[in-house]
Design a protein around this ligand. Sequence first.
Ligand SMILES: *Cc1c(COP(=O)(O)O)cnc(C)c1O
Length: 359
Amino acid sequence: MTRATRAEINLAALKHNLQVARDATPNARQMAIIKANGYGHGLVEVARALRRADAFGVATLDEAINLREGGIYHPIVLLEGFTRESELPFIHAYDLECVIHHESQLAILEKHKAKPMNAWLKIDTGMHRLGFDVAQAGVVYERLMACESVNKPIRLMTHLANADDRNDPTTEQQCQQFMSVVQPLGQVETTIGNSAGILAWPDSHAHWVRPGIMLYGVSPFKDSLAEQHKLQSVMTLKSELIGVKPVKKGERVGYGGTYTCNADMTIGVVAIGYGDGYPRHAGSGTPVLVNDTRVPLIGRVSMDMITIDLTAAPSASVGDSVTLWGEGLPVETIASHANTIGYELLCGVTQRVNYHYLD
Ligand SMILES: *Cc1c(COP(=O)(O)O)cnc(C)c1O
C-alpha cells in the first residue's frame, strides 16, 4: 500500500474554468498558462485537459520540450524567451514561440540566420521586471521587423503588476501606456491580461488573454474566493488520520511545544507535512477537514505530519479521510493562514504526493 497522501486533480473543473475565462473574454484567444508543472497540477495532464486552449504559455524550454514529447501540438510560448544562442536550435526543432524582452535577445536575433521563429515583443509598462521601455518600443519593433530570424507579423504584450487589487489605478495606467505603444503600429495582435485582468479589467482583454491561476480554480484577487467567480477547485489535497490520542489539559503538542491544550482533548495526527508541500507557516487554527468537519490545526507543522484538534469531530478514527485544501476548503483560506498565496501552495506540492487524475 502506498501512503494515502494524495492530490486529486479534477480535470472536468479545469475545463470548466477555461470556459469561464472564455465566457469573460469571448473575443479573445486563450493562452493557457501552465508553467511550473501546470501550477503544480502536472504539466502534460493539464495541457491534455485544456486542449481547447488556443496556445500554451510556459516559463522554460524544458517545460516546452516536455509538452511536445507528451504529444501537445498547440502553439507554445516561452514567456521568458531564450537567454543564449545555443537555445535557438531547440526552439526551432520544437517549433516554439518566444517572448522578446531584452536587448541581448535582440542582438542574437539580429545576427542569427536560421529558420525564423514567432515572436512576442514585451513592453514594460510599469511592472519593471521583463520588457523594453515604452520610449524604446517603436525602435525595438522596427529592429525586430527587420530580423530575418523573426516571422511577421510580430505580436505585442505587457504584464500587469497590480491587477489583483480592483481599486488600484495602476492597471488602467499600464493599459494606457501599452495602447500608446500599440496604436502607431497599426494592426498588431496584443495581449495584456492575466486571470485578474480577465475577471476585472476589460481594458486588458485585447486579442489574447493569458489565464493562469483561475484555470486551477483559485481567485486571483485578495478579497474574493474562487466560487464568487464561478471557478471550481481543481486540486484537492488529501491524507488520512494515522493517530488519535487523548492529551491532558496543560500538555503541549509538537515541536517547540507551541500549542498548549486548554482542556483535556483528543488530538489527531495526519500524514502530511512540509515534506509534501503543506506550508510550515500554517499556524494553530488553520482549518482542516476531517470527514467533512472543519477542525483546527494545532502546534507546528512537521515534515511528515500535522496535529489537529478533534474536539469537533469526536467520532474520527485512524484511517479517516482528511482534506487539507481543495473541495470544501479553499486553498486561498489555507494560504492566508500561512501568510502566502494559493499560487505558492499549489506549485509547492512535492513529488512524494501521489497524483490521481479524475475526469
Ligand atoms: C504567470 C503569468 C500569467 C498568468 O498569471 P495568473 O495571475 O496566474 O493568471 C500571465 N502572463 C505571464 C507573463 C505570466 O508570467
